[in-house]
Design a protein around this ligand. Structure first.
Ligand code: COA
Length: 313
């Protein structure tokens, strides 16, 4: 059946209300507030996107239609025009019968395209920490965790939510980061100025991220062989004033590496000649807390890839 993604219209209100209601009954997502009231509430929301406060340059709402019937919607709207005109927040939900068929990604890609075309540089969302399917969809599109909050959403059965962000950078700088494991232990090095670090660095022109991560590993730790490299996807990072796209890799390292060694860094003007002490620390949830925030997304993705990060925490 033909799938169409199109702007919302007022005539969609009755069907969208039914969709919300079914999502609510399934216990997914966070539609409770919208569904507690009557159909009018959905109508008000749709109206705001059709010709109201979130239309034109301020926001957009799209409907996914299968065989001519709306089965879900997604919206994006900009925040305060005075200070946050470049910031937008989004929401999405699909009828339970339409989930798991790629429609979520299609709707999200439409929102991302709208956002890029309308000057959005920071796209935000909030998701229940136990909504694994949605989190996976968002991560696949480059969103990264910004913080976990307790008691922020007024939903039953939801104590923790995750605020996620995607920086829409016109010409991003690309970085590669290694979560290197010797069995259950995580490799890091002590940087004399920057503290505990994972091997990471810029992707050079003509280089692929999977090549860059191995070069950085060798330059910063001297380790020049890995048993396996698993991609952890990409995400965006605001590092000081610069915006970067990071590519993460989970690297299985040889088991015969020593517990500790000193490596003299090569390859970068800032680090060339520095003596870096390389060590291991247990690879568990605590690992996230002991590294600078710059490395958190890589660690969360790696912990999840190894089944060690319960998203609901
Ligand atoms: C969340 C939602 C928008 C996702 O859209 P969708 O079309 O159903 O998404 P998909 O089924 O394609 O799944 C997205 C990803 O999650 C993965 N996934 C599916 N079920 C999963 C689960 N139980 N646990 C972890 N990952 C899961 C899929 O494999 C896919 O990943 P991939 O692209 O790497 O293969 C949709 O399911 C929905 O509307 N749910 C109810 C409302 C809701 O939760 N809204 C979001 C509120 S923040």
């Amino acid at each position: 059946m033909a799938i169409v993604i199109r702007p919302v219209e007022i005539r969609d209100v009755p069907t969208l209300w039914e969709v919300e209601h079914r999502v609510l009954l399934a216990g997914d997502g966070q539609v409770r507030l919208a569904s507690e009231g009557s159909e009018d509430r959905v109508a008000d929301r749709v109206q705001a996107f059709v010709d109201g406060r979130w239309s034109g340059d301020r926001g957009a709402m799209f409907v996914a239609e299968v065989g001519g019937v709306p089965v879900g919607e997604a919206q994006v709207h900009k925040l305060d025009p005075t200070y946050c005109n470049h910031v937008a927040s989004l929401g999405i939900h699909l009828d339970p019968s339409a989930q798991g068929r790629g429609l979520g990604r299609a709707l999200m890609e439409r929102l991302l395209a709208w956002s890029r075309d309308h000057g959005v540089r920071r796209l935000e969302l909030c998701v229940r920490a136990d909504n694994h399917r949605a989190i996976r969809l968002y991560r696949g599109l480059g969103f990264a965790e910004e913080l976990r909050r307790v008691g922020f959403l007024s939903l039953p059965h939801c104590t923790v939510d995750i605020a996620m962000v995607l920086h829409l950078v016109p010409t991003p700088t690309h970085k590669a980061v290694a979560v290197g494991l010797r069995e259950q232990e995580l490799l890091f090095f002590e940087h004399p100025h920057a503290g505990w670090q994972l091997p990471k660095g810029g992707v050079e022109p003509g280089e692929r991220p999977e090549e860059a991560v191995l070069r950085e590993l060798a330059e910063e730790t001297g380790v020049d062989r890995v048993e396996r490299s698993t991609p952890l996807g990409w995400w965006t990072v605001a590092n000081g004033t610069s915006l970067q796209t990071w590519h993460g890799f989970l690297l299985d390292l040889p088991r015969d590496l020593p517990d500790r060694w000193t490596h003299v860094a090569t390859g970068s003007p800032e680090e060339e000649g520095l003596a870096l002490v390389c060590r291991f620390t247990p690879f568990d949830e605590q690992a996230r807390a002991i590294f600078p925030p710059l490395f958190h997304e890589a660690l969360v993705r790696a912990l999840e890839a190894r089944g060690r990060w319960p998203s609901a925490i």
